[in-house]
Design a protein around this ligand. Sequence first.
Ligand SMILES: [Zn+2]
Length: 270
Amino acid sequence: MIPTRLVHFRAGQVSFSFESLIVFLEYWFQMGFSKQRASAYRLFAPSFVRTFALALLCFILFVGVRAQNGPPHEEDKREADLVELTKLSKTIKLDIRYARTDNFTGQAVYPEARAFLQRDAAKALLKVHKKLKKEGLGLVIFDGYRPWSITKLFWDVVKLEERKYVADPAKGSKHNRGCAVDLSIYDLKTGRPVPMPSDFDEFTERASPDYTGGTDEERANREKLRSLMEAVGFTVNPNEWWHFDYKDWQSYAIYDIPFDEIGNHKKNPK
Ligand SMILES: [Zn+2]
């Protein structure tokens, strides 16, 4: 029967498949050559209308369900206590590409170039920055806390084969918990980033913290960042040398607080 075969749900998408088209044509031709063409039309027309109405209803329901999707809820998590990183030290530099168009989505997804982390993670980060300062270096931040709705946007726009580089919104990201940071090192005098084996958000093998290519200097810089971060409780992501998770990430929820509401977020809302 046409009605149930016309609409296919696959990977959260509504699609009309090639198979449906064939079935539809078969049905159409059968009627065209039928002696009882007139009565078939009478039968077919309501059927087609029903099919169309069903498809429309499914689409509306589908869009509705998606629109209601919010961050996954978890019990017994800590209240967000997000700290703005530039308030910890004037020399922590920002390079927030998600607030510009030069990121993998090609659009500015953050309304403001700001970076936040949960207080304990932020304090740990400051220790790394202070150590680097003694060498004339500093931390440059690409991203910190990321509202859940942005993670969902990344998932929707990235190509299927590149999804391993972005978090599944159904599970949330450690960025959503305010416990992940994307960063590199820069030279305090020149203001320029030190050479690394790949650029930030470069979806290639060079992004791996274990990539053995590149120059000695690039790998040494990557190792310097990694060892300093690991010493204060961060762990590097296996696919991205620039991404680090803080040890307490499990105690925080998946938040969807916009940047301009951070700090105004009510504690213990009733
Ligand atoms: Zn990251």
